[in-house]
Design a binder for this molecule. Structure first.
Ligand code: NAD
Length: 504
């Protein structure tokens, strides 16, 4: 492992242009670092200090077209390279991520504002996904069967072609790596459009892939925002789009990409409910729920956003508040992504208070000494939130837990099921029967039992239900094989004496 460079920005300096000390980012197309044709730029901020650390171009349809051409040119050679050779590059990529673990985490910390421990966990997960991709040769060997005397059917998997991956701000390294290793090992070539708020990690990913030996053009990075994404959705050569971000944009991207007959998988936002029963282990529930609502400053699509307490759970709420008070901005709690995000989150809290919610722990107006310009919101626990309040219905995406109370488990399940999202849900209880009852009825793709952030580990696939995901398949794990490949079915008869039947 390396030690973090003096400034994480030094690790990407070679592939940015310095403009009065501010780094201007370049696109990565066909193995070369190139200027965007776009004339507009957005600032890249360090959210924990509020200082500008870079400038990202808003790339145009021409930039997208250049990247598509490079990816299409690389496709033939890459897709014809045997998978056992393709995977060797990803063994090396994994080793390089391990070697540069500290500086990769420092870069995430710099551009996203999450604390170092969380940034390290993000890199560890990116490594785990790469490790899974390295098992693709074992997972994707074809199927073959003699279907009638002397006649065989076989199925081979083929890559789709050029695919695009559009990613959000909250995991600058991990979410791009949800798709890069799997899609590329399976023989596709890719254009990554990272979030314009956190575009730095993608530069380092491109550098490490090149160092690992990935042929030029197989992986490309085009920076930008809405216009860039629209050009990706519209480009006739791109075969498939994956998107991770808010539900509002997931719906737009899904509709636009599929209207051009592309395969699309668009993961959206979340409103995850944790149902807490009175028999739940007090310490395990309180620590798990506090960590779930505040980890990554609540900016996780798997974060606990709502807790539904069934019956007498005051002892757990009290303990939960004690745990929440141990979470201190700037120490074990990172910043939120922007000034606008901080203001939006604080507005939700104030509105809920005005509507009658009790503020048990108040994270508004948090200031971190020495980082006064940072965008911090402290952990916030609101009790007696009603299901009809805005804070109970919408994704807040901050370290805020809304507690609702019910008399029965069925009422709690009704509250969970009536929210439009369906990423995660969890139940805290010591009763196997009660847990099973919730597992069967909760309308969500990922369920936790006494676990606040029930992210499936590889090889299990990541993906929600309802308005948290549009399109078939999940984005990681075995399900991603289905998304990133198409099957060819071949029926073969060599022997003229093979039995003739209705299909031959
Ligand atoms: P976002 O939807 O604002 O942006 C995501 C991507 O879409 C970015 O690359 C952005 O440039 C692009 N984009 C933004 N507006 C666009 C538009 N009008 N047309 C086309 N493209 C557009 O999301 P965000 O704020 O970066 O990320 C936070 C959201 O992502 C939260 O809702 C969170 O729940 C969700 N998320 C979901 C998952 C999941 O697995 N379901 C994982 C991580 C984050």
């Amino acid at each position: 492992m390396d030690t973090a460079a003096h400034s994480p920005l030094e690790t990407i300096a070679a592939h940015t242009k310095s403009d009065n000390g501010i780094r201007t980012l370049l696109n990565y197309i066909g193995g070369a670092w190139v200027d965007s044709h776009g004339k507009e730029f957005l600032p890249v901020m360090n959210p924990s200090t509020g200082q500008q650390i870079g400038k990202v171009p808003l790339s145009t349809a021409q930039d997208v077209n250049d990247a598509v051409r490079a990816a299409a040119d690389a496709f033939d050679g890459w897709s014809r390279t045997p998978i056992k050779e393709r995977v060797q590059i990803f063994y090396r990529f994994k080793t390089l991520m391990e070697k540069h673990f500290d500086s990769l985490a420092a870069l995430v910390n710099e551009e996203n504002g999450k604390i170092m421990g969380e940034a390290e966990a993000e890199i560890a997960k990116a490594i785990e996904v790469t490790e899974f991709a390295c098992s693709m040769p074992q997972l994707t060997s074809g199927e073959i069967q003699e279907v009638s005397k002397g006649v065989e059917c076989r199925i081979d998997r083929h890559p789709l072609g050029v695919v695009a991956s559009i990613t959000p701000f909250n995991f600058p390294n991990m979410v791009p790596n949800w798709t890069i290793p799997n899609a590329l090992v399976l023989g596709n070539t890719m254009i990554l459009k990272p979030s314009q708020l956190v575009p730095l990690s993608s530069i380092r990913i491109a550098e490490l892939l090149k160092e690992a030996g990935l042929p030029d053009g197989v992986f490309n990075v085009v920076h930008g925002a809405q216009e860039t994404v629209e050009a990706l959705c519209d480009h006739p050569v791109i075969q498939a789009i994956t998107f991770v971000g808010s539900t509002k944009v997931a719906k737009i991207v899904y509709a636009r990409a599929t209207s051009h007959h592309k395969r699309a998988l668009c993961l959206g936002g979340a409103k995850n409910h944790l149902i807490v029963l009175p028999d739940a282990n007090e310490e395990m529930s309180a620590t798990n729920i506090a960590a779930s609502m505040s980890g990554c400053a609540g900016q996780r699509c798997m974060a606990a956003s709502a807790m539904v307490g069934v019956g007498p759970v005051d002892h757990i709420v009290d303990r939960l508040c004690e745990e929440a008070k141990k979470i201190v901005p700037g120490k074990n709690l990172g910043s939120v992504i922007s000034k606008e995000a901080k203001e939006r989150i604080e507005r939700y809290i104030t509105e809920a208070e005005e509507q009658g919610a009790q503020v048990l722990v108040d994270g508004r107006n948090a200031v971190v000494e020495g980082k006064e310009g940072g965008y911090y919101v402290g952990p916030t626990v609101l009790d007696y939130v009603r299901p009809d309040m805005r804070i109970a219905q919408e994704e807040v995406f901050g370290p805020v837990l809304s507690i609702m109370r019910t008399e029965t488990l069925d009422e709690a399940i009704d509250i969970e099921n009536s929210n439009p999202y369906g990423n995660a849900a969890a139940v805290f209880t010591q009763s196997g029967g009660m847990a099973r009852y919730v597992i069967e009825r909760a309308s969500a793709g990922m369920i936790g039992v006494n676990i606040g952030v029930p992210v499936p580990r590889e090889p299990f696939s990541f993906g929600g239900w309802n308005e948290s995901k549009f399109g078939a398949c999940d984005i990681t794990g075995k399900s991603s094989i289905e998304f990133f490949t198409k099957q060819k079915k071949t029926t073969i008869k060599w022997n003229p004496e093979a039995r003739t039947n209705w299909m031959s």
